[in-house]
Design a protein around this ligand. Structure first.
Ligand SMILES: Nc1ncnc2c1ncn2[C@@H]1O[C@H](COP(=O)(O)OP(=O)(O)OP(=O)(O)O)[C@@H](O)[C@H]1O
Ligand SMILES: [Mg+2]
Length: 226
């Protein structure tokens, strides 16, 4: 279970003024739950996701994963935590252009060890197949469509069996059909793998598919639908 307690973050504006973006924000996400976070541009959705993924530190407040405080760790432990426990999918896929689809999926494994073991290879094959990109394994990102790149990014995010899958506008750059396809795959994997799914989106169609919808307003999350 993910617990966010009194999370606060502010930035200095150009004129040196302090702007509070997240204000004592609270959130609980159960194992296997799917959650959408919506809100206007600039409301702090990406700022929040970056902290949930331990990419950025809060000013005050806490994030606990299975009762363990995330930010008690040193930099090395944090990097390992991110690699093992968190999967990220961004609006743009961030695949490495010089690696093929399969190598991109296995990249988080290679970050930890020199060789891919049999189980990890099987898991990569399974995810790639489930995501419907099995016939494209050897192709490089430049030879894939936007939707295929996003599906590759989802497989990569799940390769280490994370507890949490964070997605920031994952369908934002896709046409409607590919967006719907990706949304359905995300939810299918969320249920099958019991990975908690937290999706930031401007798409009400995508948000409506999740167990809960929260709106980020004035630095806090407000339950909009469940
Ligand atoms: N590193 C930073 N330094 C200063 N201000 C920042 C920084 N990162 C974000 N901000 C500001 O914090 C606010 C929230 O930004 P954030 O990217 O979280 O918004 P968002 O809700 O994700 O918006 P969008 O829907 O456009 O992606 C914005 O006003 C932004 O300018
Ligand atoms: Mg954003």
């Amino acid at each position: 279970m993910l617990e966010v307690k009194a999370l606060t973050k502010s930035f200095l504006s150009g004129s040196g003024e302090k702007r509070i973006i997240l204000d004592q924000l609270e959130l609980t996400v159960r194992e296997g739950e799917s959650v959408a976070i919506v809100g206007p541009s600039g409301s702090g959705k990406t700022t929040l996701l970056n902290m949930l993924g331990a990419l950025d530190k809060p000013e005050s407040g806490e994030i606990l994963l299975d009762s363990e405080p995330v930010f008690n760790k040193n930099e090395k432990e944090l990097a390992e935590f991110r690699n093992r426990s968190i999967g990220f999918v961004f609006q743009l896929h961030h695949l490495l252009p010089q690696l093929n689809l399969e190598e991109n999926v296995l990249l988080p494994v290679m970050a930890q060890q020199k060789k891919v073991n049999e189980n990890q290879q099987e898991r990569a094959d399974m995810l790639i197949k489930k995501l419907g990109i099995g016939s494209l394994k050897g192709q490089k990102p430049g030879q894939l469509s936007g939707g295929e790149c996003q599906r590759t990014a989802v497989a990569r995010a799940l390769i280490n069996q994370p507890k949490i899958l964070l997605a920031d506008e994952p369908t934002g750059a896709l046409d409607q059909h590919s967006a719907e396809q990706l949304a359905d795959l995300l939810l299918q994997l969320n249920k099958e793998e019991q990975v908690s799914l937290i999706v930031v989106t401007h798409s009400m169609a995508l948000a409506a598919k999740m167990d809960k919808i929260y709106q980020l307003i004035d630095g806090k999350l407000k339950l909009a639908a469940s």
